[in-house]
Unconditional design. Structure first.
Length: 150
């Protein structure tokens, strides 16, 4: 494993422990060259999930797309990066729990919306406005009324 600070390949594991409900291993490493410490995670590589987009094209699932959308929705909100990662982990668990190896992007969006609503309602409305492509203020207001009525 290369050191992220000095790019030396002389690193060693100084601590290993289970992480993420025993689905991965967290390793603390020490660079023998510069002496800095860093953390790596080891996860089982699963069969890739294919996302069916609105235009029926297919592409490999990319967690980064969900992360960027959720981080944008949570911008300037009192939500920590750990809360965002936990929410995305929960959404991914639901996405990958399906027996199918193809999933419509609309289904992913609804799963993320459901998880985001429990995290932060303002972030939920922001994400929904982009995901559901609100065309005007009335559509926006209808979504706000749904939240208030619950």
């Amino acid at each position: 494993m290369k050191c992220p600070f000095c790019s030396s390949e002389d690193t060693r594991v100084i601590d290993s422990r289970p992480a993420d409900d025993n689905t991965s291993i967290r390793r603390r490493r020490l660079c023998d060259e510069c002496g800095k410490r860093f953390t790596t995670y080891e996860k089982v590589e699963s069969i890739p999930m294919v996302v069916i987009k609105k235009d029926q094209s297919r592409e490999q699932y990319d967690r980064g797309k969900i992360e960027s959308g959720v981080l944008g929705a949570c911008h300037k909100r009192p939500v920590s990066i750990n809360q965002v990662n936990d929410m995305i982990d929960a959404a991914e668990a639901e996405i990958f729990a399906s027996e199918d190896k193809e999933i419509p992007s609309a289904e992913i969006g609804e799963i993320v919306l459901k998880k985001l609503k429990n995290l932060d309602e303002v972030a939920y409305v922001r994400f929904a406005s982009v995901y559901r492509e609100f065309k005007d203020v009335n559509t926006f207001m209808d979504e706000l009324k749904k939240i208030v009525d619950e």
